[in-house]
Design a protein around this ligand. Structure first.
Ligand code: CO
Length: 491
């Protein structure tokens, strides 16, 4: 593994960061009273977040946060007030393990049943954990995890209703990724919004299925393709005419997994000598063939956005030098940030005519969880927001939010150092907004000093300013992964 040498001033304390990975076992429902500043009265709607809420089962630590049971947080904004509630997704595995009071399933990212390799030998059953994203679409609240069907929840009570099959568009055992993209203005649907998502069935060749759902939640288009080679694809991007996937160079050796020595996710190995293949799949007609372009190796979990310009597709992505590997023996809580290469923002130009790819580094800070204005998905855009390390170089936990102006190169930053830790921001446009950045950045920030989390509302036009409001929760929220905002309120 390559050791990332560049070292910056340390802005954090590892123990503070670790405390954000304590389980939150209690489920709450309350109006938030402890508020600094004022909640903008025009801010109306619901922020849903999902992430691993349990990092242990009755004291037995899980091996990686990606193996933690999904916990939904709902923060509702109405009339200048805010309400918090959280509920675990009642997957069968969650219910069984809570009843048993111990780990019963192996996790994809290395959580093993107690008893060593013998207890895990040829046990291919993994727990569905519904822990990666949550979205309200077509009147349904869906908890998403890329290796299974979505779980549907009641948005008013957050009770788990069961698996969602979209009237038979999915069948039992099908996957539905955790990274849907919403085309705000779909040409294929007369300008109405459309949710585009995919599923991956990896193997010697990989099956990619693309689903497009109308605003009622019905699957209106579905197409499937086989591409050569194994693929581990977490996210994708869309434009009005294409879905684009990065097939980063990885291989899969199932033997240590089958023998019970590690989790399936730990058997995925990066191949630095092989290129990344960029799969460009037309959304609408079958006349146009899939195009496959090649570029440098590297690994992408999350893309920012893509858009078409003349003969090009332009894609902005957070790239790593390689896939950060989850070691069988190491504990994620002891992560040595200095030894890992940071995620950095790159721009790719795909020329469909010449079949060439050019790329350049846009932002060298360590960053993750990028988001943009929802109306700009698939379109040329000016502003992006993302979690970032406080320092301008090196690798570190995310403690700040960075806003980039892609036209002028101007940067703004709001930092929660030394004791605050951040995750994914969400941009919410202000009603009757007059510019692309006229709105709020909503986030949940872990404050290690108080061992609790704050819902922070920033003015997206100027992140350098102090927050508009900080809503102190009564407890911490373990670091979440992804979420979405809807204009509807369910309290
Ligand atoms: Co993700």
């Amino acid at each position: 593994m390559q050791v990332y040498q560049e070292k910056s001033t340390v802005s954090y304390n590892l123990e503070d960061w670790q405390k954000g990975y304590e389980s939150l076992k209690q489920e709450f429902d309350y109006w938030i009273e402890d508020i600094e500043g004022e909640i903008p009265p025009e801010l109306h709607g619901t922020l849903f977040r999902n992430g691993p809420g349990l990092l242990d089962i009755n004291g037995q630590n899980i091996h990686h946060p990606f193996d933690g049971d999904g916990m939904i947080c709902r923060i509702s904004f109405t009339n200048g007030r805010a309400h918090f509630s959280n509920r675990y997704v009642r997957t069968p595995g969650y219910v069984e393990e809570q009843k048993a009071g111990k780990i019963l399933y192996r996790g994809v990212f290395g959580t093993q049943k107690p008893g060593g390799w013998l207890a895990n030998f040829f046990d291919f059953k993994y727990k569905e954990i519904a822990n990666t994203n949550v979205i309200y679409w077509g009147g349904k609240l869906l908890a998403l995890w890329e290796a299974s069907e979505p779980y549907r929840l009641n948005p008013k009570t957050l009770d788990t209703l069961g698996k969602e099959y979209f009237d038979g568009a999915l069948t039992e055992g099908d996957a539905f990724s955790a990274h849907p993209r919403i085309d705000p203005n779909s040409n294929l649907d007369g300008g109405a919004p459309c949710l585009v998502n995919f599923s991956i069935k990896p193997g010697l060749s990989t099956r990619i299925t693309i689903f497009e759902l109308d605003t009622t939640g019905k699957v209106v288009r579905k197409q499937a393709h086989s591409v050569p080679g194994f693929a581990f694809i977490h996210d994708f991007v869309i434009t009005p005419n294409y879905c684009i996937f990065f097939q980063n160079p990885v291989s899969f050796n199932p033997i240590p997994f089958a023998l019970g020595m590690c989790g399936a996710g730990q058997c995925v190995k990066f191949q630095a000598d092989k290129p990344t293949r960029i799969l460009i799949i037309p959304r609408s007609n079958q006349k146009e063939k899939i195009k496959i372009l090649e570029t440098k190796a590297g690994f992408v979990f999350h893309h920012v956005n893509a858009f078409e310009r003349d003969e090009e597709i332009i894609i902005d992505s957070i790239c790593y030098e390689s896939l950060p590997e989850v070691e069988p023996e190491s504990d994620f809580r002891q992560t040595n940030f200095d030894k890992l290469a940071p995620g950095q923002l790159w721009r790719f130009h795909l020329n469909l005519q010449n079949q060439t790819v050019e790329y350049k580094l846009i932002e060298s800070s360590c960053c993750e969880f990028p988001i943009i204005h929802p109306e700009k998905v698939g379109r040329d855009y000016q502003y992006l927001y993302m979690g970032a390390a406080d320092a301008a170089s090196g690798n570190a936990p995310l403690q700040a939010f960075l806003k980039l102006d892609l036209q002028t190169g101007e940067k703004q930053i709001w930092s929660a150092v030394p004791r605050g830790f951040v995750g994914e921001p969400i941009f919410v446009p202000r009603p009757q907004a007059t510019s692309e950045d006229d709105g709020w950045v909503l986030t949940v920030v872990y404050d290690a000093a108080a061992h609790r989390s704050d819902v922070v509302i920033l003015d997206a036009r100027d992140l350098n300013q102090e927050p508009i409001a900080k809503l102190h929760l009564k407890h911490h929220v373990p670091y979440s992964l992804h979420g979405n905002f809807t204009n509807q309120v369910f309290v």
